[in-house]
Design a protein around this ligand. Structure first.
Ligand code: GLA
Length: 384
């Protein structure tokens, strides 16, 4: 994204200049998958790709949204937004405006707005392009409407938009990564308390690159496997008598195995062991032990492939090829059923790895994968 292209779009669609331009990044998750909606731990970072939002308040109640990723201009009113009436992709930005109302902002007393969105977060690659739109809109409206909500509250608004307006039963990791991100740090988040600790990564100083390999296998979290996994986790927690799987430790697993059916047990086992891996990853990274972190990435992938069963052959292939080419660690990232894998590799291994993935994909008859490095970047903010 660029501030300028959001301004240019604003001028082309609405005439004039916006009151300001805000931006919010996508994210990549280092470790901690499907733990967020179980009140557990995650370790994502905000990436150097983001959505820019150019916004101006209006003197009436009209609301218009334009974007560089969809030709249609959305033209509605704040009254419709307050009633949760919006269609298609506009549910992401307008769902956030609705969520402000649900959380107590008096939408009847607010002015309408013109909003122009530009984004360079790839869609469908598991890098939270949707959270980037939500949080760019959230920081823009928070300032423009003078709501003064804090960052955790903004993340909650984004999740409400995603859960209720879009209809995807996701957790709060993506929105928190987008607002709490910091250059060169990961966001260690307790998804129950929303306590955040920035964990310095120092990958670049160590000569390492975090490579994202987008398999281009499309996934959707509003339907299918994601929802099914979430329900299995809730079932498991209820059967074991805890508010959330976060409340179980490794030593509860033998009891879980006895009391649960085999499939629910495997789902529970993934979440409980994954929470433990996040905590150990934070310790390893703080101690500068990148090799230990790499091993935890590999264990995390195996757990998602074998116990949570959310990987696909393309993701497994990327991980295999990355490890065979000397990656420190590799795993699928995000919700699964497609999307991207990440590999932590030496800078000079990036090109050979890209080629090896391309060869493996061609040999297996898979669609071409797209591989690109990401670096930790600052979270949602006002640009101008
Ligand atoms: C998606 C969701 C997140 C999280 C991950 C899996 O990215 O949006 O809330 O559940 O999947 O870790």
């Amino acid at each position: 994204m660029s501030e300028q292209s959001a301004r240019d779009l604003f001028a082309a669609r609405f005439q004039g200049a916006p009151d300001g331009v805000w931006a919010a990044p996508g994210r990549v998750n280092l470790i901690g998958e499907h733990t967020d909606y179980n009140d557990g731990f995650v370790l994502p970072f905000a990436i150097d790709r983001s959505t820019a939002a150019a916004l101006a308040l209006r003197d009436d109640r009209r609301v218009r949204v334009a974007s560089t990723f969809d030709a249609a201009l959305v033209d509605t009113t704040l009254d419709d937004v307050a009633e949760r009436r919006f269609a298609g992709w506009s549910a992401y930005p307008l769902g956030v405006a609705w969520a402000f109302g649900e959380a107590g902002t008096d939408l009847a007393g607010q002015r309408g707005f013109d909003l122009a969105l530009d984004s360079d977060v790839p869609v469908g690659a598991g890098l939270s392009s949707s959270a980037a739109i939500e949080m760019a809109t959230a920081v823009a409206l928070n300032d423009a409407w003078r709501v003064d909500a804090d960052r955790a509250a903004l993340a909650r608004l984004g999740r409400r938009a995603e859960n209720i307006a879009v209809g995807a039963p996701t957790g709060i990791m993506d929105q928190c990564a987008s607002v709490f991100g910091r250059a060169d740090a990961a966001v260690f988040l307790d998804c129950r308390s929303l306590d955040v600790e920035q964990v310095r990564l120092g990958f670049a100083e160590a000569g390492l690159v975090l490579l994202v390999v987008d398999t281009r296998v499309e996934h959707a979290h509003a339907t299918g496997g994601y929802k099914d996994r979430r329900e299995a986790c809730e079932r498991g927690a209820a059967a074991l008598g805890v508010p959330a799987l976060r409340d179980l430790g490794l030593d509860d697993l033998p009891r879980a195995e006895q009391e649960l059916d085999p499939v629910t047990y495997r789902r529970v086992k993934h979440v409980v062991t994954e929470d433990d891996r996040v905590l150990r990853s934070v310790d390893a990274l703080k101690a500068g032990d990148v090799a230990a972190f790499g091993r935890l990435m590999v264990e995390s992938h195996a757990s998602m492939r074998d116990d949570f069963e959310i990987s696909v052959p393309e993701l497994d292939a990327v991980v295999d090829v990355a490890l065979a080419h000397g990656a420190v660690g590799a795993r699928m990232t995000g919700g699964g059923f497609g999307g991207a894998a990440i590999a932590l590799v030496a800078a000079d291994a990036v090109d050979p790895l890209r080629e090896a993935v391309a060869e493996r994909f061609a040999a297996s008859g898979y669609r071409g994968a797209a591989a690109f490095p990401v670096v930790p970047a600052d979270g949602a903010r006002r640009l101008a």
